[in-house]
Design a protein around this ligand. Sequence first.
Ligand code: GLC
Length: 594
Amino acid sequence: MSLTESLEGAASGAVSHPTSDPSTDPSTSPAGASPGGGDEWWRHAVTYQVYVRSFADRSGDGVGDLPGITDHLPYLHELGVDALWLTPFYTSPQKDHGYDVADYTDVDRLFGTLADADALITRAHELGLKVIVDLVPNHTSSAHPWFQAALAAAPGSRERERYLFRDGSGPDGGEPPNNWPSVFGGPAWTRVTEADGRPTSDGAATPEQQHLPSTGAATPTRSPQFYLHLFDSSQPDLNWRNPEVAAMFESVLRFWLDRGVDGFRVDVAHGLIKDADLRDQILPAEPEDPLEPHAMVERTAADEPMWDQPEVHEIYRSWHRILAEYPGDRMLVAEAWTQTPESLARYVRPDEMQQAFNFAWLLADWSAAEFADVIRGTLSALAEVGAPPTWVLSNHDVVRHPTRYGGGPVGLARAKAATLAMLALPGSAYLYQGEELGLEQVDVAEEHRQDPAWLRTRTSEAPEPGRDGCRVPLPWAGTTPPYDFSPEGVSPWLPQPETWAPLTAAAQSQAPGSTLQFYRAALAARREHALGAGNEVTLLDARTDVLTFRRGSLTVVLNAGSAAVELPTGTMLIASGELDDGLLPPDTAVWLAG
Ligand code: GLC
């Protein structure tokens, strides 16, 4: 079927997906025609996510580190990205691999030193790469001095007011204060042992928590309290209604801005403020897909008093003002798992953050209709606020997209096609390390798994496989593990598959048709045609199985159906796979000029 025929079919109502009408479809309107719309780098940047412990290990301890990243910055430069985002490398017990911070202004010795961070930032800037660092404001580590002081202090003390300590419920106060679940499984509350030595009694505390220090003054007439942790029990939630917390994070922002970082990725940005009364939530249904841990809490409940509370936006307004004091175009990008494009757009109003991850794109199935809906919904919501869209297919929390799309050669073909479509969309795109090598999710053996989501649920009825499978250290060169991730003879912190020899960066670098060469070519073409700039997308095709859109004089076609389709006329700029006698085969995308 030709494109013309398909459009005729759509017009006669022969398809289930409505035809885009350029006159009324918001996706054709100048979505980014923003009041503040300028030429800031982040408006159109491609950012590469570095999962620090799995990128490159220079020290030889089996864990990636900052010097390892600095060594490989030329690789990222050659790949053609504009920026890198580093996952947390701060002092941390590593219970959640750095998302449990004990000191926000130092580097964990596992990853290097502050001097190593400075060297990385300097070298990246020399190569023209921007550096975004992770900020984890929703919770600290239980090893943070503030939390240790809170445990040692009495209920009601100033120390406890920095976190969310509450008395238990039930006749003897032995039940958690409300029904909130942890995103990682189990209750979101852990009972502490008070200073007078009264034991925990409800079984909610993990063994490690039972041994938390308990020194200092206590009020003997009270029951032991509970503290809130929306994630692991080693990640106590901060009380963002306490001005002391806000002041601490302002100084953390300034510390890293002074060192030259270009932006912050804000972890759990939708979680900082909780309902003032900590009301019960309406319990969500069971997750449909156990491979999507975030889906459990964020997508199913109608009433979630722990997420997306209106007062959270005041925090980002204050941070916006701080960033504006600094030279250059500094930016904030929100990790906010909200329910709708409209609620997400509230995080990127002109006086708040610059970007928010668009997880709707990542959550869409392999479906042209779903992709079109996400494009339309995203641009329409952002048109209200003037922020650039973002697009992302993989990160360190989700199953890698070749595996999500079915795995094997089909999964990889679809992943490349989706990536090619993504890179033609306006705004900013995020890549996750290893996707340029076509890596799939690894089935990590249970004895090697380290994700707290797995550790917290493994003995339950619905164990969570966890996220280790997308975090396996990168293969750089060689034919056997550790593939130059670590020095020869060192075992990386997660075992790498024996089958990765053809996937190493070295093996793919000069191999025609490799995934790495495809990414380099796509990124170069995106840059050459300035596809990140501008703000107009015209959705052309209305079939459920073919996505077609125009960006200026460029036409993008993605075939998500099961039969080859004809292409409109135009000069082929790049394809995600081989054409079939001039036709676009299933699981393939192209960019056409003219
Ligand atoms: C974010 C991070 C995730 C982490 C969680 C708790 O969702 O991306 O890796 O486990 O926050 O900090």
